[in-house]
Write a protein that binds this ligand. Structure first.
Ligand SMILES: *Cc1c(COP(=O)(O)O)cnc(C)c1O
Length: 414
């Protein structure tokens, strides 16, 4: 039986935390406990001054000269190189561009081109819906050339056969936080002669990722979650260098051209990963993302992972201790090494409970129909905040404080 935990234990964990100082690098509103860094990372203090400089000096004074003078044109590859260190890739294998959804479209087509006789894209029913929509849209566009085969995880091995061009999986399940075994499933994919496409949206920056060591072909990841790049930050694309020469992505925009400023008539792709760019890069968002990545790079993902596991472990132990019998059902794996950096619980009143927490300045998120997600970002969350959040949660359910019409109203974004 685990020892009974007290508030003092959480205080002691913060004292012993060698990453405690990193919180000072972030702006967090006084009194707010932020448990949603997995949906929108917090604001690094360095970001606003940096953006003001980019806006006032580079844009305001530099005007169009800044594309060269301040290297705006190189930002997508530079940010990609900085992210490469978090995903076990080389600096010339990652580029920051567009959203994950758009990048999945490009990579699916690139993969189908590499496997001309094959028509099937395999994925999981629990994968992020937008990833699946992109396959559906492509299948609709290419009538007959592509089919989506979505299965449960326990049917995955059977689903990967010689008709499969691509296996598209998420490293961390966006609902349950369950971590997929990247090495094993990439190997299974390759045994069938298929291309492995991983979505690392919920793992990059909190779980060490080894794209090279796992021999992954393609990957995409999110800029605005644990990398703290800000709302709408662009995502990144990884393609293994061994495939670069044969890559053909379908969106032939000028920024993916070998010589965009020659304005030639025909499309000629840029060498390597740069060809995944399409249109003009979002300079302000790229500057913000670079700032977010810099903060994490200072401590490295190994230390972030260790603290993340300690945070999710404390959360689950406290839920067992404080909220047993209150209708919560753990939806995440119990073993810390099998989950990412969020924990999820099912509860019949998940939506009003989430709203009641938010009304008390504790911010989780809700995923329909009945899931409460608690993102525990190791870069800035304190152990004491986990204690305070769980004890507040107990009070909300114990005293039915969620039972309020105000909390039942659904907003556009949940
Ligand atoms: C957040 C997230 C996305 C986001 O996709 P965008 O197109 O960049 O908005 C995609 N996939 C997964 C698994 C995610 O968690």
């Amino acid at each position: 039986m685990a020892r009974y935990l007290t508030r003092h234990d959480a205080v002691a964990m913060d004292r012993a935390d060698d990453l405690a100082g990193l919180r000072g690098e972030f702006f967090l509103p006084e009194g707010v406990i932020y448990l949603d860094g997995n949906s929108l990372g917090a604001l690094p203090k360095a970001t606003a001054p940096r953006l003001i400089d980019v806006i006032e000096q580079e844009w305001g004074h530099g005007l169009i000269r800044s594309w060269n003078v301040h290297g705006w044109v190189d930002l997508p590859l530079q940010a990609g190189a900085a992210i490469a260190q978090f995903v076990g890739a080389d600096s010339d294998e990652v580029v920051v561009t567009d959203s994950i959804s758009v990048n999945i479209f490009k990579l699916l087509v690139a993969a189908l081109r590499l496997r001309p006789g094959r028509t099937v894209v395999v994925s999981e029913l629990d994968n992020f819906p937008s990833d699946l929509y992109m396959v559906q849209g492509l299948a609709d566009l290419l009538q007959g050339r592509v089919q989506l085969r979505v299965v449960r995880r326990d049917q995955l091995a059977q689903a990967i056969d010689e008709n499969v061009a691509v296996v598209m999986l998420s490293h961390v399940d966006f609902r349950t936080g369950e971590l997929h075994d990247m090495a094993t499933w990439t190997a299974v994919t390759h045994q069938a002669g298929s291309i492995a496409l991983w979505d690392v949206a919920h793992s990059v920056g909190v779980v060490p990722i080894e794209l090279h060591a796992c021999d992954v072909d393609f990957a995409v990841g999110c800029g605005y979650k644990f990398l703290n790049g800000g709302p709408g930050a662009p995502s990144f694309v990884y393609a293994a260098r061994r495939l670069h020469e044969d890559l053909q992505q379908p969106l032939w925009g000028w920024f993916g051209h070998a010589a965009p400023f020659q304005f030639g008539l025909g499309y000629n792709p840029a060498p390597g990963i740069a060809r995944f760019q399409v249109g003009t890069p979002p300079v302000l968002s790229l500057a913000a993302l670079a700032s977010g990545v810099e903060v994490l790079a200072r401590v490295g993902v190994e230390r972030l992972r260790a603290k993340s596991m300690a945070l999710t472990d404390l959360f689950i132990r406290l839920m067992e201790q404080e909220c047993a019998g209150l209708g919560f059902e753990l939806a995440s794996p119990l073993a810390p090494e099998r989950r990412g950096s969020h924990v999820a619980y099912r509860h019949a009143q998940a939506h009003p409970i989430a709203q009641a927490l938010i009304a008390r300045d504790i911010i989780p998120d809700f995923r329909a129909p009945d899931l409460l997600r608690f993102g525990l970002a190791p870069a800035y969350l304190r152990f004491i905040e986990v204690w305070d959040a769980v004890t507040c949660l107990r009070e909300i359910v114990d005293d039915r404080l969620w039972d309020n019409d105000e909390y039942r109203r659904r907003h556009k974004v949940t």
